[in-house]
Design a protein around this ligand. Structure first.
Ligand code: ITT
Ligand code: MG
Length: 199
């Protein structure tokens, strides 16, 4: 089976990419199996910049084609925060529960109609002999005032998708992979998958 390296140590993302790439008959390898690979510093100001930084750094190390995902949550009432700082919103140790608690407390006084938000996903594909490609995807939703559901990862329990009547943590992994920001970005990557002979 053809395989692709995803430059992530996030287990939630890795699971989703396994499903998303299986559609193309591809197996996914992530950095979770390579704990010695150093953490790449995400110094960019945008999701796209950070995805490029991660993809190019790992492509260089692996001398191979690498896909990286930089993603996060932008909440309108918080001026777009946590944004590119989503992973470390409540502190350097990247704790999903603490991040949710921080958002819930900052959103406490915000009215229902002002709780709009969106998830962003930037994907970068880097390799030894072509210019790095980037694509994006978004998913619109609302921030609840409490957690609902136990699927997914990150901010999923407080991210409500009105068209589904569910939070992302209440959806099946299959359904999330049909409508998420990551799914949208993967759709935009589709035209390149064959060209890059990733397959
Ligand atoms: O950099 P890598 O190793 O890929 O892993 P990471 O967790 O640090 O990933 P990011 O830098 O892209 O930060 C994204 C954060 O945004 C959140 N996030 C991204 N996609 C999400 C999703 O589908 N559902 C819920 N939260 C998500 C989640 O908290 C992530 O930690
Ligand atoms: Mg990160």
């Amino acid at each position: 089976m053809k395989s692709v390296i995803i430059a992530t140590k996030n287990k939630g993302k890795a699971k989703e990419f396994e499903r998303l790439f299986s559609k193309y008959g591809m197996e996914v390898k992530t950095l979770i199996d390579f704990p010695d690979v150093p953490d790449i510093e995400e110094t960019g100001e945008t999701f796209e910049e950070n995805a490029i930084i991660k993809a190019e750094a790992i492509a260089k190390l692996a001398n191979s084609i690498v896909v990286a995902d930089d993603s996060g949550l932008a909440i309108d009432a918080l001026g777009g925060r946590p944004g590119v700082y989503s992973a470390r919103y409540a502190g350097a140790e990247k704790n999903d529960e603490d991040n949710i608690d921080k958002v819930l407390s900052e959103m406490e006084a915000v009215n229902e109609e002002e709780r709009t938000a969106r998830f962003y996903c930037a994907l970068a594909v880097a390799g030894p002999d072509f210019e790095t490609i980037t694509v994006n995807g978004t998913c619109e939703g609302m921030i609840l005032n409490e957690r609902r559901g136990s699927e997914g990862f990150g901010y999923d329990p407080i991210f409500y998708v009105p068209s589904e009547g569910k939070t992302m943590a209440e959806m099946s992994p299959k359904r999330k992979n049909e409508l998420s920001h990551r799914a949208a970005a993967m759709k935009n990557l589709e035209p390149y998958i064959e060209k890059l002979s990733l397959m």
